[in-house]
Design a protein around this ligand. Structure first.
Ligand code: CMP
Length: 138
């Protein structure tokens, strides 16, 4: 059982005006918002955040895309947060995402896929601290 995960609403979903609708689904699924802000990454910051993918063919495009507009990072709290949040957002590729998931509802493509969700407790802590100090968290 884990208590916290990290997410960010990506530039495609923020630009499309879907921030509020996505946060509503997150809260309705039982997640509490521990920290939230609206910001924009530089290409270098996006590269650092996604460094684990630096050998992948999509890395340069991903960094350009993730720094192309505003994002809304959040730390969320719930029992079993990491696994339950990944169920809520659905598969990375929206074409494979289950009905009712955030990516099925809002993602435009495998790259512009509306939202990120941490894949482990360890990465949730690392990714959360990338954007938020302890003093910004409830
Ligand atoms: P995310 O869950 O944030 O983690 C890595 C991101 O890389 C992923 O969401 C997508 O935005 C992007 N991504 C993953 N696979 C591909 C791919 N095959 N082509 C393009 N972008 C991808």
């Amino acid at each position: 059982m884990t208590n916290r995960t990290f997410t960010m609403i990506k530039p495609d979903a923020v630009e499309a005006g879907n921030t509020g609708a996505i946060i509503k689904l997150i809260e309705e699924a039982g997640f509490q918002i521990v920290a939230l802000k609206k910001t924009q990454l530089t290409p270098a910051q996006a590269g650092k955040f996604y460094a684990v993918h630096s050998a992948r063919p999509f890395y340069n495009d991903l960094c350009a895309y993730m720094s192309s507009g505003a994002i809304v990072p959040m730390i969320l709290e719930k029992d079993n947060a990491v696994a339950d949040f990944r169920t809520l957002i659905g598969a990375t590729n929206p074409a494979q995402a289950a009905e009712g998931t955030i990516r099925k509802l809002f993602a435009k493509s495998i790259e512009a896929n509306a939202i990120h969700g941490s894949d482990s407790d360890e990465n949730a802590a690392i990714e959360g601290s990338f954007f938020f100090a302890q003093t910004e968290q409830f």
